[in-house]
Design a protein around this ligand. Structure first.
Ligand code: MG
Length: 159
């Protein structure tokens, strides 16, 4: 029987850059030929947003606290593994991750062709169903000017 339900909200945003040899990675999927994102880790925005949402749901701090961008340990880190680590911590605290939902807001790349693979990678990392949706910013603001990619995530956990 479920005695406790928590909701967590997460957000992340990264700026496009032109570092040579760096790939755009979203939800563990590589997008060859697309501009990559600047970040200390691999800058996987949806993975970061879901991780942040899990931490938020249980008052475990936030992503920046857990994986400081000043710590060389996380340089180029695989963010799917960061998500996996936080998800297993959540489970070890006696909680079940019910689902996660993440909206990726960007003008490029197109999200739909990679949606299934992203859902699979993110879902495997947190052992729960993950829904990925893609939205364009309709040319508005920084995201509309194709300066970066933003993500909003929500998770539900119960025990
Ligand atoms: Mg981030």
């Amino acid at each position: 029987m479920i005695s406790d339900i928590r909701v967590g909200q997460g957000f992340d945003i990264h700026r496009f850059g032109d570092e040579e040899g760096r790939a755009l990675i979203l939800g563990g999927v590589k997008f060859p030929g697309e501009r990559s994102l600047i970040g200390h880790s691999d800058a996987d925005v949806p993975a970061h947003a879901i991780t942040d949402a899990l931490l938020s749901a249980l008052q475990l701090g936030d992503l920046g606290e857990r994986f400081p961008d000043t710590d060389p340990q996380w340089a180029g880190a695989n963010s799917i593994e960061m998500l996996r680590a936080v998800a297993s911590e959540v489970v070890s605290l006696g909680w079940t991750i019910r689902n996660a939902s993440v909206a990726i807001v960007c003008e490029q790349p197109k999200i739909a062709p990679a949606r299934q693979e992203m859902q699979q990678n993110l879902g495997a990392a947190c052992a729960a169903p993950v829904t990925v949706t893609g939205r364009r910013a309709e040319g508005l603001g920084a995201i509309g000017r194709v300066e970066g990619i933003a993500c909003w995530a929500t998770v539900v956990v119960t025990r």
